[in-house]
Ligand binder design. Structure first.
Ligand SMILES: *Cc1c(COP(=O)(O)O)cnc(C)c1O
Length: 384
């Protein structure tokens, strides 16, 4: 089976983990451990960001819960594209807010400024966007819109790490940016995430909230005091990253350039081999001032039944495909949040889009084989 996503881990990660075993410090440490090194290296990988504005976290879903929770009160509205990751809506409902689903462009699957603008009311507190498949949305237009209305902008950057607009990394345009390092993402730490926040008070609150609310732990108390005494700032839970994950992340960052190059090459090869097939479309090419992170490759069949049948055909022939992200307004649980806004482009995308395998261990011959199967699917269905 050719996987749709898979991690690339090697000896370097194994040695890094062994080193952490030997250090005897496996958990979360705020000072001088693998966490700090990972934050420093990640911050420079996304363009010399101030490390005071960043923290690691257990995963990006938790980052969505924490960031949305930090900003909303019960009854507040949070706008998100219907084509978003499920945790975004879960987090809003969990914090007793109201998720408002906006439409997207049917070919880029990213929201336009006007899609978001239509949904703004005097209860709108936060907008959460993604950059679909790694290709940046009109982030500058969306930042301006949110500024104009005094709305907080959170970039769920899980699917677009290291993508850029005018040389600036996505995830650093909004008030907050969130990254994921789960095993399906470009770089992985097993599970893990990163938060960037322009508001240091909010970031400090999240740090307390994700580490039991502890103001100071024993080891940072003065030695002349009883070091087992402590106080808490807030009744927090625990969702920190551990040093095993951070150590893996440091190694993954070293390989980033080669990962990105492979993805770009395979993306371009798909484009070249598929662009002349008349019954499907390849993703729109990105503008000159943006760089994609090439997280996902997708096609859109002109006929919706082709999408479903092709997915089955490819799976029967050893190629796993999928569609990300199933529209949130179709999730039955959220039916009470029915939108009054037109979501026809999201629905078009959800019926016509198929994500094809793309990861850094895909070979040129894998891509050629997948394209051959796509072509033979059509030949076989025509002859019946
Ligand atoms: C993977 C993903 C997440 C969730 O990340 P986890 O670290 O697995 O919790 C959130 N948003 C998007 C867009 C994703 O692709």
């Amino acid at each position: 089976m050719i996987n749709i996503y898979q991690p690339s881990l090697g000896e370097e990660e194994v040695s890094a983990v062994r080193e952490v075993f030997q250090s005897n410090w496996l958990g979360y440490g705020r000072n001088g451990t693998k966490q700090d090194e990972f934050v420093n290296k990640f911050a420079s990988a996304i363009g010399d960001i101030d490390t005071d504005c960043m923290t690691t976290i257990s995963c990006c879903s938790e980052a969505l819960f924490q960031s949305i929770g930090a900003y909303i009160s019960p009854g507040d509205e949070v706008i998100m594209p219907s084509i978003s990751f499920i945790a975004t809506a879960n987090a809003v409902v969990h914090h007793k807010g109201i998720p408002v689903f906006c439409d997207v462009d049917r070919h880029t699957l990213n929201p336009n400024v006007s899609d978001i603008e239509k949904c703004i009311t005097d209860k709108t507190r936060v907008v959460v966007i993604i950059h679909y498949a790694g290709a940046p949305c009109d982030i500058k237009g969306i930042v301006a819109l949110c500024k104009r209305h005094g709305i907080i902008l959170i970039e769920d950057n899980a699917s677009s790490p290291f993508a850029k607009v005018d040389g600036q990394n996505t995830g650093t345009f909004g008030d907050m940016g969130l990254w994921s390092f789960d095993p399906m993402k470009i770089i992985t730490t097993g599970d893990g995430g990163m938060i960037y926040s322009k508001d240091l008070d909010i970031l400090q609150h999240i740090k307390y909230n994700t580490y039991l609310g502890l103001k100071s732990s024993g080891s940072t108390n003065a030695v002349d005091k009883k070091w087992w005494e402590f106080n808490i700032e807030t009744p927090g839970s625990k969702s920190t990253m551990n040093d095993l994950s951070a150590a893996i992340g440091i190694q993954q960052l070293q390989k980033l350039q080669s990962f990105m190059l492979t993805r770009k090459r395979m993306h371009e090869l798909y484009d070249e081999l598929l662009k002349d097939i008349e019954w499907l479309s390849v993703p729109p090419s990105t503008a000159d001032n943006v760089e994609s992170s090439y997280y996902m490759y997708y096609i859109q069949t002109h006929d919706a039944t082709d999408r479903d049948n092709l997915a089955k055909y490819l799976r029967d022939h050893g190629v796993y495909t999928t569609f990300r992200y199933y529209p949130l307004h179709w999730v039955e649980y959220f039916s009470e949040f029915k939108s009054t806004h037109e979501l026809s482009n999201s629905e078009y995308a959800a019926m016509h889009t198929l994500n094809l395998p793309l990861h850094q261990d895909i070979t040129e011959s894998d891509v050629r084989q997948i394209v051959e199967l796509i072509n033979s699917y059509k030949k076989e269905t025509k002859s019946v």
